[in-house]
Design a protein around this ligand. Structure first.
Ligand code: PMP
Length: 453
């Protein structure tokens, strides 16, 4: 069988064989599988990754976008180490100062955030946002957009990458579970909306408004297909009119479009925001933020007036349950704060965004020279390479792209030392250099020549 990877990844192949015996499929997240075997990494440095066979890669995966300052940024390292050293422990298990410092920082950056709670992953943040919305509005269902990812478990793992045979008509998509084992309850209590189609979305929302607590959405689908501005503005108006909360899942876009996320770019205040990835500076993290009156329903001391109308009779409304052994982990927050500090320094974001555009423009030129229809689609420091003409506005438009050709090119790129997981989007870091960009463009040029031979 032809090995699409080079002969230079033998140790990765061996390690994968060993892993497969003890880890199903040899991977701890299904998306981390690459046929015929994933490349096992051993070291990182700045924009580079080094595998167990000693190959060097320019990394555009960056831990699915989390490492906005690249691998091993000295300021982030120092912050984590100093935190542990000064505290004399990794974690207190009690409230502590950094939780407040980070909350104050997030409130200053994100227009939709008045208060904050921490979780340990982006998924936990989206689930907590959904529970908060359900508790606050008293309505049972949520609405999500087809093609939008909010994490890997039951309530949100619906219609992310649905088979079009099952997905129904575009203007009225079906709910399609993405895994066996998801209870029917979630399918029955989820409404799927078409992205960037406001008329169709509005019709569905009006028909179901009495049952929908919230819409959860990626303001930029998959981190690279932006919501159209008019779509976003109208969606905010409709949700306000219908008493539906708007949840921005900014796990990818937070800190990556502007430091204060997509909401700053769109000038939209969501009711709740989910964060993750960059927030932890490379450690596991998540957070939700939102309007005070909504967030306070989880306050155990009755931060809001938790005595309900029936209070005269002594009845009290329970606070929303939210817990987690590692929530607000001090080492994680110290790394996240150091990351945000660097991002806020003059020039960091400008440089990052300018470099992203240089790479995008350069790539478009390369493909043009080879007469391959290609466009980069993205926003901020994330983009994707789409081998198709015509506008890409939602999940179904992605079907226009030549993914076979893209995959072949991506495998060649791996051999040439460019790490993009085949078909994945590109994330840039603030430490990718002009030389990295040049090397990336040359590698694409070579990869195209090889696959076109
Ligand atoms: N929401 C979005 C938009 C994401 O991109 C991701 C992760 N790719 C998640 C939620 C889930 O985050 P985590 O993997 O930390 O659970």
């Amino acid at each position: 069988k032809l090995n699409p990877l080079s002969q230079n990844t033998k140790k990765s192949a061996e390690l994968f064989e060993r892993a497969k015996k003890v880890i199903p499929g040899g991977v701890t997240a299904n998306i981390k599988y690459i046929a015929p075997h994933p490349i096992m990494m051993e070291r990182g440095n700045g924009s580079k990754l080094f595998d167990v066979d000693g190959n060097e890669y320019i990394d555009y995966l960056l831990c699915y976008g989390a490492l906005i300052l690249g691998h091993g940024h000295p300021r982030v390292y120092e912050a984590a180490m100093n935190q542990m050293k000064d505290a004399g422990t990794t974690i207190f298990g009690t409230p502590h100062r950094l939780e407040t410092v980070m909350a104050e920082k997030l409130i200053s950056l994100f227009p939709g955030i008045d208060m904050v709670r921490y979780t340990n992953s982006g998924l936990e943040a989206t689930l907590l946002a959904i529970r908060t919305a359900a508790a606050y509005t008293g309505k049972p269902k949520i609405a999500k957009f087809e093609g939008h990812y909010h994490g890997g478990y039951d309530q949100v793992l619906l219609s992310v990458n649905p088979d079009l045979d099952l997905a129904g008509v575009e203007t009225e998509p079906n709910v399609v579970p993405e895994s066996p084992g998801i209870p029917d309850y979630y399918r029955e209590n989820t409404v799927i909306l078409p992205f960037n189609d406001i008329e169709a979305a509005e019709t569905i929302l009006r028909d179901n408004a009495h049952e929908i607590s919230a819409i959860i959405m990626e303001p930029v689908q998959g981190g690279f297909i932006p919501a159209e501005e008019a779509f976003m503005t109208r969606l905010r108006e409709i949700t306000e009119e219908l008493g539906i909360l708007l949840i921005f899942d900014e796990v990818k876009t937070g800190f990556r479009l502007t430091v204060g996320g997509a909401q700053n770019l769109y000038h939209i205040k969501p009711d709740l925001t989910a964060l993750g990835k960059v927030l932890g500076g490379g450690f596991p993290v998540g957070a939700i933020g939102g309007k005070k009156e909504i967030m306070e329903i989880s306050a155990p001391d009755g931060g809001r007036d938790i005595l309900t109308a029936g209070a005269e009779n002594g009845s009290k409304k329970d606070p929303l349950f939210h817990s987690g052994t590692y929530n607000g982990h001090p080492t994680v927050l110290a790394s996240g704060l150091a990351t945000i500090e660097v991002l806020e320094e003059q020039g960091t974001m400008d440089h990052l965004l300018a470099n992203t555009n240089i790479l995008r423009d350069g790539l478009e030129e390369v493909y043009k020279r080879h007469d391959i229809p290609m466009q980069t689609v993205g926003k901020g420091s994330i983009f994707n390479v789409i081998l198709a003409e015509g506008s890409i506005k939602n999940y179904r438009d992605m079907g226009k792209a030549d993914s076979d050709l893209r995959s072949k090119i991506d495998y060649e790129l791996l051999k040439l030392g460019i790490y993009t997981k085949p078909l994945n989007r590109y994330s840039m870091s603030a430490v990718h250099s002009g030389e990295d960009i040049e090397r990336t463009l040359t590698a694409h040029e070579k990869a195209i020549r090889i696959v076109q031979k």
